[in-house]
Design a protein around this ligand. Sequence first.
Ligand code: ZN
Length: 309
Amino acid sequence: MKLEGLHHITMITGDARATVDFYADLLGLRLVKKTVNFDAPEAYHLYFGDEQGSPGSILTWFEFAGAQPGTAGAGMVHTLQLGVRAPAALEFWEARLGAAGHATERTPDGLAFRDHDGLRLELVVDADGPELRAEHPDVPVEHALLGMRGARAYAGRALDADRALLTETLGFTETGEGAYLVEGGDQRFRWAYDVATARGRQGAGTVHHIAWHARDADHVAWQERAARAGMRVTPVIDRDYFDAIYFQQPQGILFEIATTSPGFAVDEDPRHLGEALRLPRQHERLRPQLERILAPIDNTRTAGATPAG
Ligand code: ZN
C-alpha cells in the first residue's frame, strides 16, 4: 500500500476575493470549487487547481473574514513549492509578478515570492513530472504552473521526531536530515523541515493542514495504520469531493489523508467548475442566509474565458 503523493494543502485567508485575484487571475490556477467550510458554513472554502481539479494540484482556502495575518513558526508549514517546466518560466513569472507589484527572489531551486496574505511560495523547475496545468489567457502554456512539487515546514520538535511515522507508517523515503520524498503515481513530492526560530501564530497567510492522497480502496487501511502508529485519527469524514481522515502528527502539523473519489465534477459540469456556490447537503437549507452573508466572488472563467466545447 502506497500513498499517491499530495492531495491538497489548505490555508487561511481573511479575504477570499483577494485570494481569487492572486491565485486565479495572477497565477492562472482554476477556481474549481466554491463552497463553504463544512464545520463553519458561514465561511467560504475555495479550491484552486488544474483544469480538472486533480489531486496534487489543489490549493484550498478557508476564509475567516477579517482574520489577522499569522506567521509560520514551529510546527507549521512555511513554504509551498509549485512546479514549472523550464528556467524560462521563472523569467516569465518574475516579470508577471513584478508587474503586479509582488517582489520576487531567485533561490537555488527557483523563484520565491509571497502572496497577498504573506504566504511564501516557490516555483521550482521540474523537467518531467505531471503537468497539472490550468488554462489562462495571459499565461503561455509552456510557462503554466504544473501542480505542487513540495512543501517546507518548521519542525515543532526535533527534526527526526516524526521520522518513524513518515517512513515506516506512511512510506516516505528519507533523503536527508529532515527531508523526505513522497512518490506515488507519477508524482514526486518533497516534504522537508527547517529548524524553527520562533513560535508561529495561526492566521491569514498560514497553512491549516496538508492532505496526502490515498487510493479509495486503501483509505480505511490508512486509518488503521495511522492508529496503530499511535496517532489519534478521526473517523472517515465525507467531504463531498473526497473522504478524509485527520490526525495531528508529532511535529504538531495537522495531516489529512484524502481519497481520489468522487472528485470535483460530482456536483458540477466539468466545464463550469467553481462557478456556482455549492453547499454540502447538510447545509443546503442555510442557502438563503449564506448567500446574504458571503461576499459574492466572480469566477473569471464564467465571463467567457472558458474555451469553446
Ligand atoms: Zn483538507
